[in-house]
Design a protein around this ligand. Structure first.
Ligand code: S3P
Length: 193
């Protein structure tokens, strides 16, 4: 009997409830742990893993930093949007969304249409500690800032509403280890219809 039910679930028609919001996505600021936690979740859920920055780097053949330098932020945001629009054709994946992706008009809605989403929240102090010296120097949105903590705070405040709009659930991650965050995110996602 149980086997029968499992077969029935597997055969749900494409475009039906199985295809609806097939992806799981993590949103939040840089340093929140989206990539590390996303990889852990993809292993636990046996889903593919898609980091939007990494995918864009592969497609563009250069680092995010170089894209910003050579083509500007607007070109990078257009690539993020193209990637979002291509998500329905991707296999169900855990997606780590770049920290500025939800801040572009329409993107929170685009993401929520295809993914159940968790906002990984953290304090600017924690974000700064997780990013570390090297990463802080490389990230286009904070590099060159004389006060990276204040810059992170400013970005977080400006984008908080967009993270919340994109998300079905939120975890305040200060003091939590990646495994703990992944487990909590999976728990919360199970409650999302
Ligand atoms: C950005 C965050 C980065 C990357 C780019 C811009 C931002 O992603 O997309 O440097 O605007 O906050 P992570 O959040 O994965 O670091």
């Amino acid at each position: 009997m149980r086997e029968k039910h499992r077969d029935r679930d597997r055969r749900l028609p494409a475009g039906g409830s199985f295809a609806f919001r097939a992806h799981v996505a993590l949103v939040g600021p840089m340093g929140a742990g989206k990539t590390t936690v996303g990889r852990l979740m993809s292993e636990q859920l046996a889903l593919a893993f898609l980091d939007t920055d990494e995918r864009i780097e592969v497609l563009a053949g250069m680092s995010v930093g170089l894209i910003f330098e050579r083509s500007g932020e607007a070109a990078f945001r257009a690539m993020e949007r193209d990637l979002l629009e291509a998500l329905p054709a991707e296999p169900p994946s855990v997606i780590a969304a770049g920290g500025g992706l939800t801040a572009q008009p329409g993107n929170p809605e685009r993401l929520r249409a295809v993914a159940r989403t968790v906002f990984l929240d953290a304090s600017p102090v924690e974000l700064l500690a997780r990013l570390g010296e090297a990463a802080r120097r490389e990230r286009p949105m904070v590099k060159g800032s004389s006060d990276p903590e204040a810059r992170l705070q400013e970005l977080l405040e400006a984008r908080r509403e967009s993270y919340q709009r994109a998300a079905d659930a939120r975890i305040f991650t200060d003091g939590m280890a990646p495994m703990e965050i992944a487990a909590r995110a999976i728990e919360l996602l199970k409650e999302v219809p």
